[in-house]
Write a protein that binds this ligand. Sequence first.
Ligand code: DAH
Length: 346
Amino acid sequence: MIDRLKVIKVEAIAELGGISDLTELERWRIHYMGKKGQLTQVLRQLGDLPPEDRRIIGALANEIKRQLEDELAGFKSRIARTTVESKLEKEWIDVTLPGYPVSPGRLHPTTQALREVCSIFTSMGFQWVEGPEVEWEYYNFEALNIFKGHPAYDMWDTLWVDFYNEKGEMPMLLRTHTSPVQIRIMEKTRPPVRVIMPGKVYRYEATDATHESMFYQVEGLAVDKDITFADLKGTLYEFARRLFGEERRVRFRCDYFPFVEPGVEVSIDCLACGGVGCRLCSNTGWIEILGAGMVHPDVLRRVDYDPEVYSGFAFGMGVERISMLRYGIDDIRLFYSNDLRFLNQF
Ligand code: DAH
């Protein structure tokens, strides 16, 4: 039996020398050390031997088994290494070659304008807040004094969301302006309120050079005791001059928005002609930049602010419009048609 073991060992090691892949190696392992393997069979017969022989032969058999297992492990790691080496040899790369340039990209012109507008107001103490783009009809309209049948309902042609309440009404929509965020903020907080509310708005619109079905607005609101029209003027005057230049003249004129009283339109003297009259300002010399007004007492009452105690002003502007004026862009559709020739200019 001792001879048999020695033969197994010599044969096994010799055979291993001719093996070059892992499948063959596994076959080799099974042949010698598997359940019915050569070595295993010898080990099984140990029980039939007298105790003295069993000790000696058992020790030898186990020693050989250990040696074969060591050989196996060594062989496996050698094969693994040569596979990696040959792969590296075949698939080398020159790491010193310069890489492909990666463009860092840039902020979209709307994002740039939006941040600039908001940062002017945050520097004046306004807080940046955001509201939902899918809005309840109530916040978008009724809470702002815009009632069904009211002609102002048409001023904000609406995209309705396919959602019905128990009454079978469609009470949800894509907000048509950022003004509903005013209501949400006032419902949740008590004066003093000073917030700036940027975001996307949607209109059911046939698009053309000055109309998009999605665009951005920035809304503002300040409510406290003793806020007057002078605060509105001072704030918006400062804003217009910081954004469009110290030399700008600013005009406040009566306008109508249902949620403010009085309402105003704010214009600056034309950037292109300085007020003489040109194509950009339709020969008026003035360019409208935003709508504003003193918050309507009914709006305050609806959010439980006492209009005898508190007053405030609000304003809203289109962000693309601001960009268009500053850079002389004549078509709003350029902002969202993803043409890099346009976008890369900002
Ligand atoms: N929400 C108005 C619009 O979309 C803009 C606006 C006008 C907002 C007057 C205001 C405001 O807060 O006071 O046309």
